[in-house]
Design a protein around this ligand. Structure first.
Ligand SMILES: O=c1ccn([C@@H]2O[C@H](COP(=O)(O)OP(=O)(O)O[C@H]3O[C@@H](CO)[C@H](O)[C@H]3O)[C@@H](O)[C@H]2O)c(=O)[nH]1
Ligand SMILES: [Mn+2]
Length: 360
């Protein structure tokens, strides 16, 4: 097998879309121009569709506002959040590319300890193209990286690794803290650059942040639904968390890997902690029941495609979480609507999904 660490990182400009949820002008792209200008952008405009979003010259993009989402999905648009960054998942659905990178419009290019600008997109591509090691933990971190390898005692039968479905990047400056933590530590900034990429072990959940995230759309796209939040919903800021718990259960079942660590972006501003507390507070106690649910979730072996896994998960959500709050009955239905809409917009992928089967 070719040494994944030694091969140069391809740019994949015709295989990757960048999805940006936004309610503001996209001046932040100026800083990303050297890294993004050859990629196609999918801009999901949230909020008032009559507002004109200014996109800097020279970028190739498609922009969807709420009117477009309603026109394209019809009644199924009900599964796409309104007035919340969760709307970004519509961009995953309409993309036709193999890979997705999603980034917030208040995230900028960070510098590594040497002072060099970090090309976050290239690091995500490297993470996605290199295998993961979910079945046995390598104590010297990413074994496929230049200057590292599997350590003594690592089973040779597992050294081929698993296909990587998700690459979860981190943030310098404003960390992704929940509102209570933000309120207690308003001036805390993340200044620590940890030069590592880790595979999250099979059977372990994690808090997935949508700020700096890339994934293999063909491996896990139909499960990357950012849960129903925003207008008319009882919670917010749990969209990406919901997606992260669902994709991790499914990746574990299908034998795919999820990585976290490099690359870093510079998160420039903290959202209002009081507004965030109002959005999060129910989720803070609900998640004490949600996490055990996902930890115990078992998918039958007949679930051989992401769609089948996701539909099965939605049934378990309805059966086991509906008693917490009616919201989870609505969310379970929205999960089904999402998959139906996904398959309508991606018919060929839906047909071939049957053939894919579990990752080896
Ligand atoms: O109603 C809205 C509000 C914002 N957006 C766009 O979404 C992203 C994130 O917005 P922002 O940076 O203001 O919020 P954060 O609290 O930093 O977001 C992080 O927390 C999580 C919220 O679920 C999420 O994982 C992170 O994004 C920006 O691009 C806004 O323009 C929106 O579309 N609709
Ligand atoms: Mn932000």
């Amino acid at each position: 097998m070719a040494d994944p660490a030694a091969t140069p990182i391809p740019f994949l400009t015709d295989q990757l879309d960048i999805v940006i949820p936004t309610i503001r002008n996209l001046d932040f792209l100026e800083m990303w121009r050297p890294f993004f200008q050859h990629y196609h952008l999918i801009i999901v405009q949230d909020g008032d569709p009559s507002k004109v979003i200014k996109v800097p010259e020279g970028f190739d993009y498609e922009l969807y506002n709420r009117n477009d989402i309603n026109r394209i999905l019809g009644p199924k648009a009900s599964c796409i959040s309104f007035k919340d960054s969760a709307c970004r998942c519509f961009g995953y659905m309409v993309s036709k590319k193999k890979y997705i990178y999603t980034i917030d419009d208040d995230c900028f290019v960070a510098k590594d300890p040497s002072g060099k600008d970090i090309n976050a997109l290239q690091q995500h591509i490297k993470n996605l193209l290199c295998p993961s090691t979910p079945f046995f933990f390598n104590t010297l971190y990413d074994p496929y990286r230049d200057g590292a390898d599997f350590v003594r005692g690592y089973p040779f039968s597992l050294r081929e690794g698993a296909p990587t479905a998700v690459s979860h990047g981190l943030w310098l400056n404003i960390p992704d803290y929940d509102a209570p933590t933000q309120l207690v530590k308003p001036r805390e900034r993340n200044t620590r650059y940890v030069d590592a990429v880790l595979t999250i072990p099979k059977g372990t959940l994690f808090p997935m942040c949508g700020m700096n995230l890339a994934f293999d759309r063909e491996l896990i796209g139909p499960a990357m639904y950012f849960g129903l939040m925003g207008d008319g919903q009882p919670i917010g800021r749990y969209d990406d968390m919901w997606a992260g718990w669902c994709i991790k259960v499914i990746c574990d079942h299908l034998g795919y890997g999820v990585k976290t660590g490099l690359p870093y972006i510079w998160h420039s501003k903290a959202s209002n902690p009081f507004v965030n507390l109002k959005k999060e507070y129910k989720g803070i106690y609900w998640q004490e029941e949600l996490i055990p649910f996902f930890q115990a979730a078992v998918l039958p072996k007949e679930c051989t495609t992401v769609q089948k896994c996701y539909i099965e998960l939605s049934k378990q959500v309805k059966a086991k979480l509906g008693s917490i709050d009616d919201y989870f009955l609505k969310l379970a239905d929205a999960m089904v609507t999402w998959v139906e809409a996904w398959d309508e917009l991606n018919p060929s992928a839906a047909d071939s999904a049957e053939a894919k089967g579990p990752g080896k």
